[in-house]
Write a protein that binds this ligand. Structure first.
Ligand code: SF4
Length: 174
């Protein structure tokens, strides 16, 4: 599947001067055929068949697979990027080798909106989650940067049904 690739380091366009970098691997091979298999096996992956791309969050990185490219956010330096990209290349190649054991999926998962998440929070702005308030917590939950367990009030009995609903809403992004 993936043979040769070129690795490039970029500064995030939305955050010039950032110490966190984006790694971009330009692939000689077209990985579009493996995307439905990755979609079937990577938890929380978001597949866009028309665009020929799939995004996935793993270990603090946002990863975008395109036909001839893998982009990874939040890498420390080139050495970190080389390690992460090599793991992803292995993942793609392994998934392709095992494709006969996987039922491919073209299902499209939609991320919940911050407002849908916000409505299920206690909305007291108590800051026990160390965020500025519930809205900021909702934004981070949708981005996969925090999880529902980091809002202590949600563990109270009066929020049991909201917590269950929230967990089912966000399982797609964790
Ligand atoms: S801990 Fe929960 S209720 Fe308190 S501000 Fe954070 S999200 Fe809102």
């Amino acid at each position: 599947m993936i043979g040769a690739y070129d690795l490039e380091m970029l500064t995030p366009p939305c955050d010039p001067g950032s110490e966190r970098l984006v790694a971009k691997a330009s692939l000689a091979d077209d990985i579009a055929p493996v995307l439905p298999y990755l979609n079937a096996t990577l938890p929380g992956a978001s597949f866009m068949p028309e665009a020929g791309s799939l995004t996935w969050k793993d270990d603090g990185h946002t990863i975008a697979f395109h036909r001839h490219e893998i982009a990874v956010s939040d890498v420390d330096d080139r050495e970190d990027a080389e390690r992460v990209v090599e793991d992803l290349v292995d993942l793609v190649n392994r998934t392709w080798q095992q494709r006969e054991e996987i039922v491919p999926s073209v299902a499209i998962r939609h991320r919940p909106t911050p407002m849908a998440v916000y409505k299920l929070l206690p909305r007291t702005n108590c800051k026990e989650c160390h965020q500025a308030g519930c809205w900021q917590f909702a934004l981070k939950l949708v981005a996969g940067e925090v999880n529902s367990g980091e809002c202590p009030p949600l563990a109270r009995p009066e929020f049991v049904s909201q917590l269950a609903e929230l967990r089912s809403l966000v399982t797609e992004i964790t």
